[in-house]
Write a protein that binds this ligand. Sequence first.
Ligand code: CS2
Length: 489
Amino acid sequence: MRLHPGCLSTLPADIARPRYDRSRLTIGIVHLGIGAFHRAHQAVYTDDALNRDFGPWGITGVSLRSPDTYDALAPQGGLYTVAVRDAGGEHLRVVGSVTEVLVAPEDPEAVLERLTRPTVRVVTLTVTEKGYCHDPATGALNEDHPGIRHDLANPHRPETAPGLLTEALERRRRAGTAPFTVLSCDNLPSNGDTIAGILRRFASLRDPALGRWVEDNVAFPNSMVDRIVPATTDEDREAVSRHLGWKDAWPVVTEPFSQWVIEDRFPTGRPAWELEGAQLVEDVRPYEFMKLRLLNASHSTMAYLGYLAGYATISETVADPAFARLIRGLMDEEVTPTLPVPPGADLDRYKAALLERFANPALKHRTWQIAMDGTQKLPQRLLGTIRDRLAAGAPIDRLALGVAGWMRYVTGEDETGQPIDVRDPLAARLKAVADGARRSAETLAPALLGVREVFGDDLPGNPAFTGSVTKALGRLLADGARRTVEAQP
Ligand code: CS2
């Protein structure tokens, strides 16, 4: 039988469930991009906050592309299971904070209706890096993006996150309703400032007066989000449903660790997330640097080199002593010197915990999944650190090997000659560039460095950078990823 609100009281005692009356829950948050990460992170913090201090903070989840999540959760009344796994076993909880799911392409008016309700005071986003329709190298709105062009031409029938948010804000402005707070929960540098710049520009292009209103009235707090959430497999669905005793069409699987650091700027209020472990701070940047440059940079480096070496998951990759040594060296030697230490943080303990989290055998986090959207991820994960190191005249060998791993990966062919399913908004262009130059590092590296959206205008002209990347790529093409990693100091 399918999981549904009526079965909550019959669940086994060891399974946590909402302790509040969901039938009285009203919507206060709209979330754009209701994927697995949101459901294992923000929705859990909100569920905990509702358990402790019930209030008008129910979540409307919005899918911007596919109806899959709607098809899975709507028959379950929005309920789903979070399976927390580590070497010690699995703990389940059923989350109740998501009250409904909408599919924007199927019914954009319903989404806009929710976004313009005065009771909706916070809009959170996990639309992935590419969902911001921006230039990853600069963070500015990409005005040539096809979705942005569509939404500027059809402002009342938007398809993109910037278009939807701006149309909703415009309707609130006309109705005299206070704006909602926009809380980005994606792995972007200064994610709040970035979405602020994107929306202000988009709004100004629509109407300069609207642009000024957004500038003067809308809050965009920055945040750092962290929890490892692999894509859910059918095997996970079966295992969780067996443990639960009810069929859950789309549970999410995650680790015990969770962190959320938020700039406390919510003029019209927010749930008491801080009572559930979220950290409210003045300045999120040191936490964001720590996480993006240590965790996400290691993830991307292991994703490309691990995949090329034949490893399907992160735990398999880091179990290889040569890869563990590479990641340890990358974090200690090349990244840590660039990091401001966040208040109260112990970087050595943080890094040791990261290696344990990567090694979690109960999480099947695919290298292929993390390898997606490299053009949107490399700038904040590897290239920012590289720029700081170059400015300090410091070596970048391991960071450059990560970049070279991406270059080798986007050629679209693995070391056994099998095709790689490269997923990236620029995949076709990368393939064309690689096909034109892939015989040697001396031609492939400069060709890919020419992708300005990734490398900007500075790095392609920096000989220390281009030399280091070309050398590493040459090794990968000649010796393969495993031997190249083994040869690292
Ligand atoms: C991963 C992240 O897929 C990826 O790019 O590096 O989703 C990562 O698991 C999270 O940022 C961890 O908080």
